[in-house]
Design a protein around this ligand. Structure first.
Ligand code: NOJ
Length: 565
């Protein structure tokens, strides 16, 4: 197997709006990231993925790009980014940008041209279609729904036609069938790689092709959402092979595709198998919702489906064991916070550390989402006006339509799943606004910043932050570096519904990683292993008697072992 720098990296994801505000306007910025690079270095990471900071009207916080060659004034300037990349490189940190291929903003010059006339040279940069006449009325070409609610078509009166947009009305989808679009995007990518970035996280990459425009049958929804209509279709691979050949490969760029579109293992391997010649790896979301979140309104009723989670982990780890690589992440800027999703508020420190260990000792490249290293939590929304995210607002409207007399229920449901939970201001200290800014931040600050913040956790050697740092040290700098990075992965006791256990093995080193997801004590038989040492744990000591360990609530241990023959 070819070894790559990104296999030996630990990544950190930054949502620029809420990371650190250096110029006191309430919005995080590039200089803010620059000022915190030493912090990231100290934590031990050597790879940063920054969410979009291109010029944008911010309908979807930057994923709606107005100009791929400009930095949004909200975040600073190109010179700021120059400084950031240079300093990051000096510190040994690689920088990965978000690359948005599926759509642009409706304020992008291409779209302004495209919508102006049917014979405009940019017309075919986007997906246009005539409306359908039903009962004498003009309606959308198909009944397909979009991710942010409503139809995936939007009407434009200039040419009396509809354009496709699988996200918001302000995010028209690009027509990848058009070679000019492919060429433009190769040029955009080259420009940033020449600038000095080390690679891309590629947004919504599985959606670059569309199925035939035929209505979805048998649905009671006016605009049913069927991912298959625009996910993982064959031509996506042709486009990516071309991008790889002309752009990624010549620059040896790291590429991490977002293939949320319910990609199967086979599809994921087509994107990111070692010999696929498409992407370096792909983020999947199978492990993001292994609980009953979609069935409850009260967060206290949340229950992790440990078996489901374990099955998912096993599936992805084993599928890529010989011929591919995976990113390891719990959640990102599109999901609720890890602690509020899988953690336990009675045991925040124990469960937080256990979740970190469970993920970081697997095979792949770990990515920490900003604030995860201190256990930041969901935001207690009590008014719909507190939502900033377009899709959270859409969920609220959709839920309210279901129960118009119960806005409280609609708010609870939307809050539980809201992407805004992950986008609250980073909690740096006990200072006003969590030390994120001196003025009121645009995105809210969680009220618990006096209890949960970076400053305190750096001082407290037993904190979650120090646990993350130790995990990174183990992976990057210890004598176990190779086994953690390149060792085999073998999950054991697959049917245990409370403990997640796996082995990592390379040459003469074997690690056994045990993670309890239970609040109760659990006995576990260790008699088949000779314990050599404990590399890391979230308890001070272990309760082992006659080869049986009693695991306390959320106990997690990394053992070095020798297997008894
Ligand atoms: C996935 C991104 O992670 C999300 O934040 C965004 O809304 C959509 N793609 C559309 O770009």
């Amino acid at each position: 197997m070819q070894k790559k720098w990104w296999m030996e990296s630990v990544g950190y994801q930054i949502y620029p709006k809420s990371f650190y505000d250096s110029n006191q306007d309430g919005v995080g910025d590039l200089n803010g990231i620059y000022e915190k690079l030493e912090y990231l270095k100290d934590l031990g990471i050597n790879l940063v993925w920054i969410c979009p900071f291109y010029d944008s009207p911010m309908d979807d916080n930057g994923y709606d790009v107005r100009d791929f060659y400009k930095v949004s004034k909200l975040f600073g300037s190109l010179e700021d980014f120059r400084k950031l990349v240079d300093k990051a490189h000096e510190l040994g940190i690689k920088i990965v940008m978000d690359f948005v291929l599926n759509h642009t903003s409706d304020e992008h010059q291409w779209f302004i041209e495209s919508k102006s006339a049917v014979d405009n040279p940019y017309r075919d940069y986007y997906i246009w279609h005539e409306g359908k006449i039903v009962d004498g009325k003009k309606i959308e070409p198909t009944n397909w729904g979009s991710f942010f609610g409503g139809s995936c078509w939007n009407y434009d009166e200039t040419t009396d036609s509809y354009y496709m947009k699988i996200f918001s009305n302000k995010m028209p989808d690009l027509n990848w069938n058009n070679p000019m679009v492919q060429e433009e995007m190769v040029q955009v990518g080259k420009w940033w790689l020449d600038f000095g970035v080390d690679g891309f996280r590629i947004d919504a990459v599985s959606h670059l092709d569309r199925d035939e425009f035929i209505d979805i049958k048998d649905s009671t929804d006016k605009y049913p959402l069927d991912w298959k209509k625009f996910s993982n279709l064959p031509k996506v691979h042709d486009y990516l092979k071309k991008m790889n050949y002309e752009l990624f490969k010549p620059y040896d760029a790291l590429t991490i595709g977002e293939v949320g579109g319910q990609a199967t293992i086979e599809e994921a391997k087509r994107y990111a198998g070692f010999d696929s010649n498409e992407l370096s790896m792909v983020f999947n979301f199978d492990h993001n919702w292994c609980n009953n979140l979609f069935e409850i309104t009260n967060p206290k009723k949340l229950k992790t489906n440990v078996l489901d989670l374990k099955k998912t982990f096993n599936k992805w780890q084993t599928a890529f064991e010989n011929d591919g690589w995976v990113p390891l992440n719990w959640l990102n800027h599109d999901q609720p916070r890890l602690m509020s999703q899988y953690g336990d508020f009675k045991y925040p420190l124990e469960s937080g550390k256990m979740l970190a260990t469970a993920l970081h000792m697997k095979r792949g490249t770990p990515f920490i989402y900003q604030g995860e290293e201190i256990g930041m939590t969901n935001y207690p929304f009590d008014d719909v006006n507190e939502f900033n995210d377009i899709s959270s607002k859409a969920t609220y409207t959709y839920e309210l339509e279901k129960t118009p007399d119960d806005p409280v229920r609609a708010l609870k449901v939307a809050s539980l799943r809201s992407r805004d939970n992950a986008r609250t201001a980073m909690q740096w200290s006990k200072d006003l606004y969590g030390g994120f800014s001196e003025v009121k931040p645009l995105l809210p600050v969680n009220r618990n910043y006096r209890k949960i913040n970076v400053e305190d956790q750096i001082i407290d050697k037993n904190s979650l932050w120090h646990h993350y740092k130790k995990l990174i040290e183990l992976r990057r700098f210890s004598a176990y570096r190779d086994v953690i990075t390149y060792g085999t992965y073998e999950q054991i006791d697959l049917d245990h519904d409370q403990i997640y256990i796996y082995k990592r093995k390379l040459n003469d080193q074997t690690l056994l990683i045990i993670n309890s997801f239970s609040k109760k004590d659990i006995k576990y038989d260790l008699s088949s292993y000779g314990i050599l040492s404990v590399l890391l744990s979230n308890y001070k000591n272990q309760k082992i008697k006659q080869s049986h360990i009693t695991l306390r609530p959320f106990e997690s241990i990394v053992f070095e072992i020798k297997e008894k023959s």
